[in-house]
Design a protein around this ligand. Structure first.
Ligand code: NDX
Length: 256
């Protein structure tokens, strides 16, 4: 049966960190080509409806850690912290693969990015799940540690902001519509990338709660992946809408 190989965790985390830097260098200047940044010329054959694409792409990040948690023998019952943290991760990806896609009104998603996105979700789902189920060691009172409690609070706050902002974006369109409007309400009052801000807070909260290399590396990856995207969304809005609110920032309220 599977065991903890610390070198594997280190290697997979390092590669994830390297991918994060690669993303940063790729996407600071040009945005990743999906949603509002997709080239208009793209052939419709190279795309899948947003609903299927987000479901397929995000599902492995739910399934892989859930299976690792369920199938570990002997089952890991102690400490409670490990299972709780693994469940938090699965909970987010349950939302992202079973609830978010069902309601999305997004444009069809490019197959090529879907392929890489799926690979990424398998990779990261394995890394986070494997670490928490097979490697992590927490004292039995981890659930009352300030890192666990403050991290959990940030995670929940970020998830709340993320889900609320996803909802506000969705309500900008009637079913079947594919136009872009100025997002209003919630944290969109302050930033163009409110959903991204929530997601970043969420994963840094998760990193603090797990206090682990894989989770901090994933939070950093998220920052490098959707941070630049928030900046490109912001520029797109400024270019497209002359009446775009001048005080709104790209990603971090009042700052940037
Ligand atoms: N999926 C994370 N990299 C990504 C897919 C793309 O979960 O090759 C990472 C995730 C993947 C990426 C994933 C990993 C890296 C990849 C990348 C593609 C290339 C890259 C594979 C897996 C890569 C290397 C080099 C390392 C190999 O029509 P539409 O779609 O624009 O409609 C949108 C709508 N909307 C509006 N409607 C009306 N008016 C407006 N003004 C509107 N603005 C937006 O709202 C959508 O239907 C919806 C949301 O749009 P948008 O653009 O704000 O968010 P989106 O980027 O689609 O993300 C959706 C949610 C969001 O909550 C975000 O936080 C979360 O997913 N997310 C997204 C990306 C990554 C991620 C989280 C993470 O890293 N944790």
């Amino acid at each position: 049966s599977m065991q903890c190989v610390p070198g594997l965790v280190l290697a997979l985390s390092s590669l994830l960190g390297a991918l994060a830097l690669l993303q940063l260098s790729l996407y600071l200047r040009v945005p990743s080509r999906y949603g509002k940044h997709e080239e208009r010329l793209c052939r419709p054959r190279g795309r899948l409806p947003a609903r299927c694409a987000w479901f397929l792409q995000e599902l492995p990040s739910f399934l892989v850690p859930a299976l690792l948690l369920a199938l570990r023998s002997p089952p890991r019952l102690e400490p409670l912290g490990c299972r709780l943290l693994c469940c938090l991760f699965c909970w987010h990806y349950f939302y992202r693969s079973f609830i978010y896609p069902f309601f999305t009104r997004g444009r069809p998603f490019p197959l090529q990015l879907l392929f890489f996105g799926t690979l990424f979700c398998i990779y990261n789902g394995f890394l986070q799940g494997y670490y928490l189920i097979y490697c992590a060691e927490y004292p039995n009172d981890w659930c009352t540690d300030i890192r666990f409690t403050s991290g959990l609070l940030l995670f929940l706050l970020g998830m709340g902001i993320n889900i609320h902002s996803d909802l506000l974006l969705r309500q900008l369109r009637k079913p079947g519509e594919v136009i872009y409007k100025i997002p209003q309400g919630g944290l969109f009052t302050y930033v163009s990338g409110a959903n991204y801000f929530g997601e970043i807070v969420e994963w840094f909260g998760f990193a603090i709660a797990t206090w682990s290399l894989p989770a901090f590396t994933f939070a950093f990856f998220t920052l490098c992946c959707i941070g630049p995207r928030a900046y490109h969304h912001h520029r797109y809005y400024l270019k497209t809408f002359t009446d775009y609110p001048k005080s709104r920032k790209a990603l971090i309220p009042f700052v940037f």
